[in-house]
Design a protein around this ligand. Structure first.
Ligand SMILES: Cc1cc2nc3c(=O)[nH]c(=O)nc-3n(C[C@H](O)[C@H](O)[C@H](O)COP(=O)(O)O)c2cc1C
Ligand SMILES: Nc1ncnc2c1ncn2[C@@H]1O[C@H](COP(=O)(O)OP(=O)(O)OP(=O)(O)O)[C@@H](O)[C@H]1O
Ligand SMILES: [Mg+2]
Length: 510
């Protein structure tokens, strides 16, 4: 068989392994279910195109294995009796539609076209046909792959069938290695910069493949197989799939009660038993708070957590749902106490899965000693992780939905990571910079009893200005802080306070 021959003759060992595993899964399925009981869910996408060829090869081998002596020369490899289902939709790309139909014709697929949503369509199909298992081109990293194995029963609430995912462990790179090695046709959109295809409403070419802009500003895209980092395969999917939206707010002159609530908020979590025991000082937290403040973010919460998966999971779970962004550091690495990433996975209810791109970075960094299977560090939370690469970083930053993992251990390292992070977040439109905070500080030797009531009055009169106070020592002066996004309002609040006391009662602190 052509496909089998092409893979076996190639010197891509990795592809051979992936291919053999996928064929094994297909053969297991064909041993468990009769041909009438299986179906193939085909939609013309690259993953289902890979699966089509694997299924044809697997089916042929299965037939040859079970029925060698009686092989019918007419019923050869060009015949593929597995029922193929396509959920046709008016919002599919015309190129996807025509590729699906053309492919069905070329390979004589027995197509069932379903014009209902997935769930209702499957309900109707399963009522009518004896289908018990459906082959899908789902891969780890797809949002729908979370929690799935190669054989996964359909979810509760769905009609009962077995989802069979022979290419679950294939990476983006494996998919292209296969399609190119086997020289099979794929949908033309992949040559126009599309890297993962949903509907016409949520899919654009992947900006990471955009290479020129001509005078009339027409954009040109490289083919999908040139995307260097498969993790970014879904970058052409319109936002809802990447992460929770960040409501970066830029109005600093809204004088309403809800003013502070409308700002972007961040929570900072340090992980470290040694910080809790007082053995070491946290050298990152305060610098990070200053950085966030400088871009106009409100830091709502700072905490220190034990090196314990459940403790990290609980804290991340609490903070991720009440903040736009969570920054976590400490406990990242291969040591037994490095449980931060696993804690994050637990907080999101996903498992840890090997991440090939990350493994590649680690291999460059640590050398060949760490192979994928043994390298615990190459395991990342499945389906929610995005690697953020920057030329100045040796290892990409890890982002799990709205949780960013920092590896900095001191202020200098944080400076560097922060600069890269800001650049990356801006270019990915994950972070719209908000107006920075401005603040004014006034020191006074007035007693706190004297200052208390006038300060409350100012806070009521200027709800858009944060009015706070702190002491440097119990007996020393009080420092009053005014913070907000509108300099004029801050000045007005400070002046209003000064007017309530004798001249010279306050002096400005730099
Ligand atoms: C054959 C088939 C079986 C599916 N089985 C399930 C399932 O068991 N559970 C589930 O949540 N979604 C199932 N889905 C839906 C997919 O996960 C779907 O891609 C996902 O809900 C996202 O769809 P959307 O991006 O088009 O909205 C199935 C889809 C197909 C085509
Ligand atoms: N409209 C559909 N009809 C039939 N099967 C579908 C449909 N949409 C998705 N599927 C099934 O779900 C799998 C996963 O879909 P997904 O969009 O992730 O992959 P793909 O379309 O094959 O490739 P790409 O990631 O490039 O879009 C498909 O391989 C296919 O088996
Ligand atoms: Mg698709």
């Amino acid at each position: 068989m052509e496909i089998d021959k092409a893979v076996r003759e190639s010197d891509d060992i990795r592809l051979k392994t992936k291919y053999n595993n996928a064929i094994y899964v297909i053969q297991r399925a064909l041993a468990l279910y009769s041909v009438e009981e299986v179906a193939f869910s085909f939609n013309g996408g690259k993953d289902s195109t890979v699966l089509l060829h694997l299924l044809r090869a697997g089916y042929y081998m299965h037939k040859a294995g079970t029925n060698l002596s009686t092989r019918d020369p007419v019923n050869d490899e060009t015949t593929f009796p597995i029922r193929t289902i396509y959920f046709e939709s008016s919002s599919a790309f015309p190129e996807i539609n025509s590729f699906t139909y053309d492919t069905a014709f070329v390979y004589k697929l027995q197509m069932d076209i379903i014009r209902l949503d997935f769930k209702s369509g499957l309900e109707a199909l399963l009522k009518d046909k004896p289908i018990r298992a459906i082959f899908l081109g789902v891969r780890i990293g797809d949002p729908t792959a979370v929690g799935q194995e190669q054989f996964s029963p359909s979810s509760p609430g769905w009609p009962p069938f077995m989802r069979v995912n022979p290419i679950l462990d294939w990476s983006y790179r494996d998919v292209w290695a296969f399609l190119l090695t086997c020289k099979v046709q794929y949908c033309s959109l992949y040559d126009q910069g599309y890297t993962s295809i949903g509907s016409i409403h949520d899919t654009v070419p992947n900006a990471l493949l955009c290479h020129t802009k001509t005078d009339n500003s027409e954009e040109k895209y490289k083919p999908a197989y040139l995307l260097p980092d498969g993790r970014l395969e879904r970058a052409g999917r319109v936002k809802k799939l990447t992460s929770q939206p960040l409501n970066a707010v830029s109005n600093g002159v809204n004088h309403e009660e809800s003013h502070w609530k409308s700002m972007s908020t961040a929570s900072v979590i340090a992980v470290g038993d040694e910080i809790l025991s007082g053995t070491v000082e946290d050298r990152v937290g305060s610098v990070l708070c200053r950085k966030l403040h400088s871009i106009g973010w409100v830091v709502s919460h700072v905490s220190i957590t034990r090196n314990d998966i459940d403790a990290v999971a609980d804290e991340v779970d609490r903070q991720k749902s009440t903040n736009d962004m969570v920054f976590i550091y400490g406990g990242v690495g291969p040591l037994p106490s490095d449980v931060t990433v696993a804690g994050i996975a637990k907080a999101f209810g996903v498992r840890m899965a090997p991440d090939e791109e990350f493994e590649e970075y680690l291999r460059h960094l640590i050398g060949e000693r760490c192979t994928g299977d043994r390298n615990e560090m190459a395991q990342l939370p499945e389906g929610i992780t995005e690697l953020m690469h920057h030329d100045k970083l040796r290892v990409p930053l890890i982002k799990c939905q709205n949780v960013i993992i920092l590896t900095a251990t001191n202020a200098a390292e944080l400076e560097k990571e922060w600069d890269c992070l800001i650049e990356l977040m801006k270019s990915n439109e994950l972070l719209v910079m908000t107006e920075p905070f401005v603040s004014k500080r006034l020191a006074t030797t007035l007693s706190d009893v004297e200052a208390a009531q006038p300060l409350s009055d100012i806070a009521i009169k200027f709800p858009d200005v944060y009015t706070g106070a702190y002491r440097e020592s119990r007996g020393g002066s009080i420092v009053i802080t005014f913070t907000g996004k509108d300099e004029a309002r801050i000045r007005a609040a400070a002046e209003a306070l000064c007017k309530k006391f004798h001249p010279g009662a306050f002096s400005e602190v730099d």
